[in-house]
Ligand binder design. Structure first.
Ligand code: ZN
Ligand code: ZN
Length: 346
């Protein structure tokens, strides 16, 4: 962990106060709801309150400092000089408090996130375990769980149970189960709608294992589909394949997005893919880099990204297929095993 602090130091022009708790976890292994890390040239200080101080003392390579429960109040009274801060996460009121204490604050953006975007082997191994559990969850979901006649939220509950049984620490996020028209809203929650025969059901879900998350989507059929649904499924599958083939180190996020988007734009479903192709994942479900029409990122070996094109027809149905892949110098490693052939469930 302390080597991560070393790498961060190389990016700094002044000491950095890290207040994003996921960034603190990444840099130190310390998981807490009230902590901050000040990285200076010759030392790193980990601040937390009484509730967490004992576990903080177990962190190697940092000095541990016990503060009041009001951590920012304590820092404003005890720190001074020119200090960088994470401008995308520190609330304005906290910044004001630190400034009133006499600290000269320098806004900084994405420094730790930049490190987090490139995973090391131990992170990738943990991630592969999350994928193996997600694969097993999907296998059991389609073979053991009843869909037709049950509410979306009942299937979502089964997903949570299956993760538990397969050894996930917890679901990475609340599962999306979008049947029929619900599936046309990409981030719809699993609701009270009863799943009907002959529908498409979008299942977007992931597991958290050792802090690292997976994020898969499969679209299942509940019986015979009409021709348009089958055609749309094939288009999304072809778009996903084009996206996967476009990804390697050095490719821009916009280029990867365009490779998949082009397939949909040239089909009968042009204009129905309204979100980006993918996003980074790791300790968070959404992190750097981004694959979208608006992305400024370029892919690097060791990035972990989702590839998730979709087609959404308002009031009717949605289709999305999502894998998580590791970017390599000449392509990808795709640890996702669950089939992308259309699976019919009962
Ligand atoms: Zn997803
Ligand atoms: Zn995703």
């Amino acid at each position: 962990m302390s080597s991560r602090i070393e790498r961060l130091r190389e990016l700094l022009e002044e000491p950095l106060l890290v207040t994003n708790l996921v960034n603190v976890l990444y840099l130190t292994g310390f998981d807490s709801s009230n902590a901050a890390l000040l990285v200076e040239p010759a030392r790193a200080r980990l601040f937390t309150d009484f509730r967490y101080i004992e576990s903080a003392r177990a962190v190697e390579g940092v000095e541990t400092v016990q503060t009041k429960r009001s951590l920012i109040g304590w820092l404003s009274e005890n720190l001074s000089g020119r200090i960088g801060f994470e401008a995308d996460v520190l609330p304005w009121s906290f910044a004001e408090q630190l400034r009133e204490g006499g600290i000269e604050l320098v806004p900084r953006h994405g420094l730790v996130e930049q490190l987090r975007a490139v995973k090391d082997e131990s992170e990738l191994d943990t991630f592969r375990r999350a994928c193996a559990i997600t694969d097993r969850m999907f296998e059991r979901l389609v073979s053991e769980v009843k869909f037709v006649g049950r509410r979306e939220r009942d299937v979502a509950w089964d997903i949570t149970r299956l993760y538990h049984e397969e050894g996930a620490d917890e679901p990475a996020f609340e599962a999306i189960v979008g049947s029929g028209p619900t599936g046309a809203r990409p981030h719809a929650r699993a609701g009270d709608k009863v799943i009907e025969p002959g529908e498409l059901v979008v299942i977007d879900t992931g597991a958290n294992v050792g802090g690292y998350v997976s994020d898969y989507t499969r679209t299942l059929a509940t019986g015979e589909l009409d021709g348009e649904m089958r055609e749309a499924y094939d288009v999304v599958l072809a778009a996903q394949q084009a996206g996967l083939e476009a990804i390697r180190a050095g490719v821009a996020g916009v280029e990867a997005d365009a490779a998949a988007r082009g397939v949909i734009e040239e089909s009968d479903f042009a204009g129905t893919f309204g979100h980006g192709l993918g996003h980074g994942l790791g300790l968070d479900v959404h992190e750097s880099p981004r694959l979208s029409t608006e992305s400024a990122d370029t892919l690097a070996a060791g990035n972990l990204v989702t590839v998730e094109p979709g087609v959404y027809l308002e009031g009717r149905f949605g289709i999305r297929i999502e894998d998580d892949v590791i970017v390599t110098e000449d392509g990808i490693e795709n640890p996702v095993r669950f089939t992308k052939e259309l699976v019919t469930v009962g």
